[in-house]
Design a protein around this ligand. Structure first.
Ligand SMILES: Nc1ncnc2c1ncn2[C@@H]1O[C@H](COP(=O)(O)OP(=O)(O)OP(=O)(O)O)[C@@H](O)[C@H]1O
Length: 234
């Protein structure tokens, strides 16, 4: 199976002594991997290093066998990401924002934009200014902008933040459909354990900056999580 992400010996330490240490992680094409861990465990740091938004102090990240440090543009080409608040021209509509993003890529049609708006439930609001959007609607736009380039790897940091029940169900359906029909790889961090449990086939626990991988099994994910956190604090 093709490797979508290979992280080797990755360390990023901040001046406060926190960060992530010596992470080794391989994610295969088509997997949906959930990243779990307590507040401050290093999930966002891991995802930022994975997408080149932060440089690790040590270690290596390869996306589809291309080294992100030495060949950033090529490595990041097939990646869509939502890390932190959605970036948008607030005075413009989601449609116009997506149209602008689509110009950076080849082969993205107006039909693709309409589809992404539908996948994120933004069709009824497609011509409204983003400045008038609620937090959850902005989050929906952020997800739409991560999907629009038809990436092979989609990295979502806490995508469920601010979403209502409808948004949550739609996000789950969209991820499952894209995964099933296009074999896209997803890496998703969230504190919503039950949501990740429904979506993911593998889980990456990040506790005290260190990583451990868990395959979906019969034991409830919440029990596995609590056990791992308890072991880590002993
Ligand atoms: N730019 C920075 N400067 C200093 N410390 C930082 C910086 N970014 C992150 N940290 C520290 O690194 C640790 C990991 O942060 P990170 O945001 O990756 O955690 P997280 O697991 O995503 O947390 P949460 O679940 O609360 O979002 C935290 O203790 C944070 O204080």
């Amino acid at each position: 199976m093709e490797k979508a992400v290979v992280i080797t010996g990755m360390t990023k330490q901040f001046s406060n002594g926190r960060g992530i240490q010596n992470i080794d992680l391989t994610i295969y094409q088509g997997e949906i991997v959930g990243i779990l861990g307590p507040n401050g465990a290093g999930k966002t740091t891991l995802l930022k290093c994975l997408t080149g938004l932060t440089s690790p102090d040590r270690g290596k990240v390869e996306l589809f066998a291309i080294d992100i440090q030495s060949n950033y543009k090529e490595a990041i080409g097939p990646v869509g990401a939502l890390i932190g608040p959605a970036v948008a021209y607030e005075k413009m509509s989601p449609y116009k924002n997506l149209k602008m993003i689509s110009r950076l890529y080849s082969g993205i049609t107006d039909t693709d934009i309409d589809m992404v708006l539908q996948q994120t439930g933004l069709t009824p609001f497609k011509d409204e200014k983003i400045s008038s959007f609620s937090m959850g609607m902005k989050q929906r736009f952020g997800i739409a902008s991560a999907l629009i380039s038809k990436p092979r790897l989609i990295v979502l940091d806490e995508p469920t933040n601010g979403l209502d029940i409808d948004g949550l169900l739609l996000l789950r359906k969209t991820i499952q459909e894209i995964s099933k029909h296009s074999g896209v790889t997803f890496v998703i961090s969230s504190h919503h354990i039950s949501e990740l449990e429904k979506l993911c086939n593998r889980f990456c626990f990040l506790i005290n900056g260190e990583v451990s991988v868990y395959e979906a099994g019969n034991e409830p994910l919440e029990d596995v999580y609590v056990r791992k956190v308890e072991v880590a604090v002993r």
